[in-house]
Design a protein around this ligand. Structure first.
Ligand code: APR
Length: 313
């Protein structure tokens, strides 16, 4: 009888709710937004597909009343605003930090034991902010970005290999940004065969480059950021928690010395189960990958520092 709440019923939040309903592992989903009627409308629309898709999940929409989210097992936080023309990066961080802080405070009042999944951007910094502000154990705060970036990586690999994405394994670690993410091409494989043995260096480089600008490519096409893959990535993460699947996903989690980093939340492979992030998997990175990871961590730290500079934490 698992209950999942999703804060922010925008494109990503609603798509995540829809994907969770289709995956049929939650008994209840609550969708909450500040915009009057939006969450209610989307929840009702989804409920009207229950017979069509044969799911029994109860989906409720609510405007700003956190009581409805009480006793959630997992809460997904997608609430935030996109960067607007003329807005600096610092201003965006300030606004979204305010939103995420307020949301998390309300969520924990009603679901003190929930595991929090952070999707709002800049995701690495919002995850770090949540960790610092709440003082919750680190296993209960997980940023989703790496699952999305890895899914994009596997999609581009499947196109290059002309093979189904479901037969490909690949992982993106590091920050969730187009200059900070690290698609680990050396470790990617197609049914056990390293993709580096199957594709030329030129093609591998292109897959990596396309993955890194995966989000930006979609924003250019859509005029706003993507939602199908982000929503689905959030849903598989929640599923691994609720069903205690112990799947290994690259997630944004707190490091305390692993990968030579501490006081940071950044993407690394982690075992995801009923307690959230149950273990950090230590990959043997080569020299070049470790150097990229250090560079990525420095960039994430720079963004985190805005929180200090603005006295948010
Ligand atoms: N409480 C609840 N909901 C809020 C709040 C708040 N304080 N502030 C904003 N929201 C809601 C908005 O009303 C909107 O419906 O969050 C929703 C955000 O939805 P979209 O604008 O459609 O954004 P979306 O594409 O879903 O992206 C959400 O995920 O991938 C990231 O970069 C993306 O940070 C963004 C987030």
């Amino acid at each position: 009888m698992a209950k999942v709440s999703i804060i922010g019923a925008g494109n990503v939040g609603a798509t995540c709710a829809n994907a969770i309903a289709h995956m049929k592992f939650a008994s209840e989903i609550v969708l909450l937004d500040i915009k009057e009627g939006v969450a209610e409308g989307k929840a009702l629309d989804m409920m009207q597909t229950a017979n069509l898709y044969q799911f029994n999940t109860k989906i409720t929409g609510i405007t700003n009343d956190y009581k409805a989210t009480a006793k959630s097992d997992v809460v997904v936080i997608t609430s935030g605003i996109p960067r607007k023309p003329g807005m600096t990066r610092e201003e965006l961080i300030g606004v979204n930090a305010g939103i995420v802080n307020g949301v998390v405070e309300n969520v924990l009042k009603h679901s003190p034991k929930a595991i929090l999944v952070i999707i709002a951007n800049p995701m690495d910094t919002m995850t770090y902010l949540t960790l610092k502000k709440t003082g919750l154990p680190k296993n209960r705060i997980i940023g989703m970005g790496g699952i999305l970036d890895s899914s994009r990586f596997m999609c581009y690999l499947s196109q290059a290999l002309k093979a189904p994405a479901s037969d490909i394994e690949g992982m993106v670690i590091g920050g969730h940004g187009d200059t900070t993410m690290i698609p680990l091409i050396r470790l990617a494989h197609y049914k056990g065969v390293p993709v580096k043995d199957l594709l030329s260096k030129k093609v591998c480089d292109k897959v990596v480059a396309d993955t890194m600008v995966g989000g930006a490519t979609l924003t250019k096409l859509l005029g706003t950021s993507a939602w199908y893959a982000p929503g689905a990535a959030g849903a598989v993460l929640v599923k691994s928690i609720i069903l205690d699947e112990k799947k290994v996903f690259p997630c944004c989690v707190s490091l305390e010395g692993e990968y030579n980093q501490k006081d940071i939340c950044i993407g690394v492979p982690a075992v995801i189960g009923k307690n959230g992030c149950e273990k950090i998997v230590k990959l043997k990175l080569d020299k070049e990958e470790q150097a990229l990871f250090e560079k990525s961590a420095a960039a994430v730290r720079k963004t985190n520092n805005v929180l200090h500079e603005m006295n948010i934490i």
